[in-house]
Write a protein that binds this ligand. Structure first.
Ligand code: G6Q
Length: 545
């Protein structure tokens, strides 16, 4: 239940405001476009094209107050166990705290531990990047394959793509996540095992997909390099490192504990790209750029902790997301980066937002009677313009958009960057202001086409603008979304840091895998649809024996 009177006040406020068009709101306040903005850590947020007025913001901030947002932020930064269903602290902010800062879990400072791991990662990255770390047959490492899934994959892939401009181009980077063997086979197809390093990323080191792919990688390496009369441990020692919290399982797999980079149970998987899970990022861009990435995260963290809520970027973005979801009825958010390097950013955000806030009960376990996390999706601009933007402009669903753009190109090519950014500005303008039937009629065309060519407008969007896509900016951007997701979870009173919803499917898959592998004719006790599908699959599948 959402008991707050502030919620009801917002509902009452939303009715009349829904009928006011953004055209009107802009006409009533000529300074709106330069006034409804906030800036931090190199990111400028223009939220003037959201369907809000000053009263909306005041009421949203009152709701945040009633929900105790300021205290919940303080509790996270203090290291309280705010992930209540897993009884864990939530301290990804400690991963980017500068040396010397003090953040304690159960009375023990964790920042020193974080920096000890960062230093080991840096020393390792320097050795690999300089060619001093060699493979089993003495060749330097040219290829890195990171194996992991979910939070142990999406962050590293996104960051590698986003920061490719800064990466060591003599090395190639590959990411394997899917238990579909095609993922592994295609990623390693053109690689020479003698020059390839595998990073096995798994917080628990028990994840089926990751361990299956890790075993495939070990067999692939040993087939090529292991004909040495040894048990292969020397090959594994030169070609495998692990990132995990579970040293015992890492060693059981055959990876030397010396070659393991640790992190902690107070780092959630989807909040871990700046922990040792980011080892592939550090190998690609080098320790110095990785530290700049952490500095960007930290700058946004400090802003989130210290800025008043009405000037606080993550708080404002989170509250606007709540406004769109709960008071304007938007079921999705489109994330539209006008930067090709950010092509995996929507997929990354999908996990961050949807695994965090796709919840149906409150922290106390009562069913919610309001919408929680919307669906996040998106594609880089301008590609989306030629496909799904039609629905955003003229469809019947309200799709709030986050446009993300940069003022300076990383690859200046004639005027292409100006064209790219012109498209971003044009899209947010067209969505907000549309094109009235009168304006369409004024153009000479058959009257029958007027409704088809009319744009209602009044489609809300944020625009995030930064100077340049750098490691620092990426860190600030990711932290902005992390904290905005947190703010939404606080308003919805849910645990944004657990993910019990993924467990049922995992358990059923284990049972089904055993049934599929069974020699005889297993008695299937699922529903009639699942029984029929499994039986048919067993009949038709190619033998893999
Ligand atoms: C993230 C989730 C989930 C997790 C993967 C991989 O917040 O917990 O996506 O990251 O299931 O888990 P491991 O890192 O333990 O292999």
């Amino acid at each position: 239940m959402m008991p707050q009177p502030q919620w009801r006040t917002l509902q009452q406020h939303a009715g009349p405001l829904q009928r006011r068009h953004l055209r009107e709101l802009f006409a009533a306040d000529p300074a709106r476009g330069s006034r409804l903005q906030a800036e931090a850590a190199g990111l400028y947020l223009d939220f003037s094209k959201q369907r809000v007025n000053d009263e909306t913001l005041r009421l949203l901030l009152a709701l945040a107050d009633a929900r105790g947002l300021a205290e919940r932020i303080a509790a996270m930064f203090r290291g309280d166990r705010i992930n209540t269903t897993e009884d864990r602290a939530v301290l990804h902010i400690a991963l980017r705290a500068p040396a010397g800062m003090h953040i304690a879990v159960d009375g023990k400072d964790v920042v020193a531990d974080v920096h000890a791991v960062l230093d080991r990662m840096a020393a390792f990255a320097d050795r690999v990047r300089s060619g001093k770390w060699t493979g089993y047959s003495g060749q330097p490492i040219c290829n890195v394959v990171s194996i992991g899934i979910g939070g142990s994959d999406l962050g590293p892939v996104m960051a590698y793509e986003a920061l490719q401009h800064y990466s060591q181009r003599e090395m190639t980077f590959h990411f394997v996540s899917n238990v579909d063997g095609s993922d592994f086979v295609e990623a390693t197809r053109n690689l020479d095992p003698a020059e390839t390093l595998f990073i096995i990323c798994s917080k628990t080191f028990t994840t089926q997909e990751t361990l299956t792919n890790a075993r495939a990688a070990r067999a692939w390496c040993l087939r090529a390099l292991g004909d040495t009369g040894t048990d292969g441990s020397e090959v594994v020692a030169r070609h495998f490192v692990a990132v995990s919290t579970n040293a015992a399982e890492v060693v059981k797999f055959g990876i030397d504990a010396e070659n393991m980079f640790g992190f902690w149970d107070w780092v959630g998987g989807r909040y871990s790209m700046d922990s040792a899970i980011g080892l592939s990022t550090m190998l690609a861009i080098g320790p110095e750029h990785f530290r700049a990435l952490l500095a960007g995260f930290h700058a946004m963290d400090m802003h989130f902790r210290n800025a008043p809520l009405d000037r606080n970027l993550p708080a404002l973005m989170g509250l606007l997301a709540v406004w769109n979801a709960n008071f304007l009825g938007a079921a999705t958010v489109a994330v539209l980066p006008y930067a090709h390097y950010l092509k995996r950013f929507p997929a990354y955000l999908q996990q961050l937002a949807m695994e965090s806030n796709g919840k149906h009960v409150t922290r106390e376990g009562s069913p919610v009677d309001y919408a929680t996390g919307p669906v996040y999706w998106g594609e880089p601009g301008t590609n989306g313009q030629h496909s799904f933007y039609q629905l955003i402009h003229q469809g019947t669903q309200l799709v709030p958009c986050d446009f993300i753009g940069f003022c300076q190109p990383l690859n200046p090519l004639d005027d292409q960057h100006d064209l790219l950014m012109a498209n971003l500005f044009a899209q947010s303008e067209a969505l907000a202001f549309g094109k009235s039937a009168d304006a369409v009629k004024a153009e000479v065309m058959p009257a029958a086409l007027v409704p088809h060519r009319t744009f209602e407008g009044n489609r809300p969007s944020n625009t995030l603008l930064a100077e340049r896509l750098t490691p620092y900016t990426l860190g600030a951007l990711v932290a902005l979304y992390e904290h905005s997701v947190f703010v939404q979870g606080v308003i919805w009173d849910i645990d944004s840091f657990d993910q019990w919803g993924v467990e049922l499917g995992k358990a059923l898959a284990r049972r089904t895998a055993a049934e599929i592998a069974s020699e005889g004719d297993p008695e299937l006790a699922h529903d009639s649809s699942t029984n029929t599908l499994i039986a048919r699959y067993r009949r038709l599948r190619q033998s893999i024996a």
